[in-house]
Design a binder for this molecule. Structure first.
Ligand code: HH2
Length: 292
């Protein structure tokens, strides 16, 4: 399994960590005040082991005010230019077709759209940019009012059907399936129980046949479970990322890259065949032994 991106194909046989860079003053877990802060965060994420960077210029927390195209681009451009030189794929988190267009022209590898390319013109921009990746995420309504729409009969079936329909529409518009990853939209028009059901039954979303990208980092569902404030959700976020990967997620979108990378190293070590372990066919290859 791989994700086709503008400059590369991302191999998803091992889980990948996407580092969040909010070029916003008002993100729910704190944004970057200036573009130099945001560039420094990109560099820190890469040093900590991030496989991808996701740059956003508009907060999507419940009740956040919209940011117009010109302002998004003013915040994004200097950070995107610097991030593209760091040797990792870079996605731009936007729903605005004009911002998508400018970002892809500058060389962005993918578009991450919490509205799943539903704004007029968005599908066409991606269809025009032959190889760029796209993440289609589930949400109902708009961030300002989405929590009023957090009512479902079967949330997992609803999210699955929505993602299947958005993927079909993207493919019909000319976006090849290997360019697409899917995201259940943890916390977007969802109560904590809805988000947790999406983790418990994540396999039903993986059955859609495209890689899953999942963002649990510091989200309010983790606050509901632990009783902790946004800044105190590191352990809960890492636990959720590991569970998501264990249930088949290909990419986890996180604020705390170093801790997530370590946790996934442990997950990988524990799930790979080991000399002498139950999946060992006999005879360890040289160099495969793990130092204690
Ligand atoms: N969550 C947020 C923003 N963008 N994109 C995808 N694909 N999946 C997510 O779960 C997701 C997302 C919200 O988190 P954050 O970026 O930290 O906050 P804010 O939107 O307030 O900037």
């Amino acid at each position: 399994m791989f994700w086709q991106l503008a400059r590369s194909r991302l191999d998803l046989r091992t889980p990948r960590v996407m580092g969040i860079v909010n070029c916003t003053p008002d993100s729910f877990s704190g944004g970057s005040g200036s573009s130099s802060d945001a560039v420094a965060l990109c560099e820190a994420h890469v040093a900590a082991g991030a496989d991808l960077l996701d740059l956003g210029a508009e907060s999507t927390r419940p009740g956040a005010p919209p940011v117009d195209e010109a302002d998004q681009w003013r915040r994004l451009e200097p950070v995107l230019r610097a991030a593209l030189a760091l040797g990792r794929p870079v996605s731009v988190d936007t729903s605005e077709p004009g911002v998508m267009q400018r970002a892809l022209e500058l060389g962005a590898d993918a578009v991450n759209d919490v509205r799943a390319l539903r704004r007029p013109g968005a599908l066409a921009v991606l269809a025009r940019h032959g190889a760029a990746g796209v993440c289609l995420m589930h949400m109902r309504g708009e961030p300002a009012t989405m929590q009023q729409q957090a009512r479902y009969g079967d949330v997992v079936a609803d999210v699955r059907d929505f993602l299947a329909a958005r993927m079909a529409e993207a493919v019909a518009a000319g976006i090849a399936p290997e360019r697409i990853v899917l995201d259940p939209g943890i916390g977007f028009a969802k109560a904590a129980d809805h988000s947790l059901a999406l983790l418990a039954r994540q396999a039903e979303l993986a059955a859609l046949g495209r890689p899953l990208l999942v963002g649990w980092s510091r989200k309010s569902a983790l606050g509901a479970v632990t009783g902790r404030a946004v800044r105190e959700r590191l352990a809960a976020s890492v636990a959720a990322a590991v569970l998501a990967v264990d249930r088949g997620a290909a990419i986890v979108r996180v604020h705390d890259v170093a801790a997530t990378v370590d946790a996934l190293r442990v997950w990988r070590a524990a799930t790979s065949p080991r000399p002498g372990g139950p999946q060992d066919a006999g005879g360890a290859a040289p160099g495969e032994t793990i130092p204690v």
